[in-house]
Ligand binder design. Sequence first.
Ligand code: DC
Length: 228
Amino acid sequence: MSNKPVIVVAIDGPAASGKSTVARQTAQALGWLYVDSGALYRGLTWKALRENVETTKPADVVALVPRLQWEFFDDARAIRFTIDGEDPGQQLRSELVREAVSDIAAVPEVRLFIVAELRKMTAFGSLVMEGRDIGSVVFPDTPFKFYLDANPVERARRRAAELAQVEGRGDVQQVLSSLTRRDQKDSGRKTAPLQIPLGARVIDSTQMPIADVVALILGELRQAGAAP
Ligand code: DC
C-alpha cells in the first residue's frame, strides 16, 4: 500500500435521501472505495432471520454476533462481504430484512461490533461511506462530512420508483408510511440516533439533481486539496 493519507468522506442522512447514489458516484469519480454501512446491519439481519433468531430480542441477536465469520472484499471498488462463507447478495434488500433491520440496528452491542468493522475499512484506502452515524460516531474526525436530506414525500416517491423497478410495484403512500416508521426508529433510538453530525454540511436534495450534489462534494474535496 502507498503512503498517501487515507481520506474518509462521510455521507449521512435518512432513508431514500439519495445518499447511496451520491456516495457511489462520488467514490466512482475519485476511484475510491464505496462503503454502504447499512448493508452490514442488513447482513446481520439477514443472517439472524436465516438462523431463526428472534430479531426483536436483543439478547438473542447479541448472542449470534460472535458466532459469525465475516469476510470483506473490494469488488470493483465497492465493499462486499460474506457471512460464514455466504454472499447475501440481493437478499439484503428483501422486505423481511427491510422490516427487521431497524430493531437490529438499535442494539448497542451490534453497533459496537459494526462500527469497529467499518473503521477497519480504511485498510482498503480512501473511501466514501454512507450511513446514519458515519460523521457522528464512525469517523467523527474526518473534515469531510455531509448530511443529505430531502422532504419525505420526495423520498417516498424516489424509493417507490426504485421498488417498481426491482419488485414490479411501488406504492408511494405505502412507502411513505414505511419510511416514516423507519425514520422514527432510526432517529428515536438511544444509541447513535440519526442526527446531523457536528460540522457536517447539510444538503437538501429535494430539488437538486444528483449530479449537482456530487459536484458540490467533489468541489469541497478539491478546494481542500484532498482530491485531484
Ligand atoms: O441505509 P439502509 O436503509 O440500508 O439502512 C438499513 C438500516 O440500518 C436502517 O434501519 C438504518 C440502519 N443504519 C444505521 O443505523 N447506521 C448506519 N450507519 C447505517 C444504517
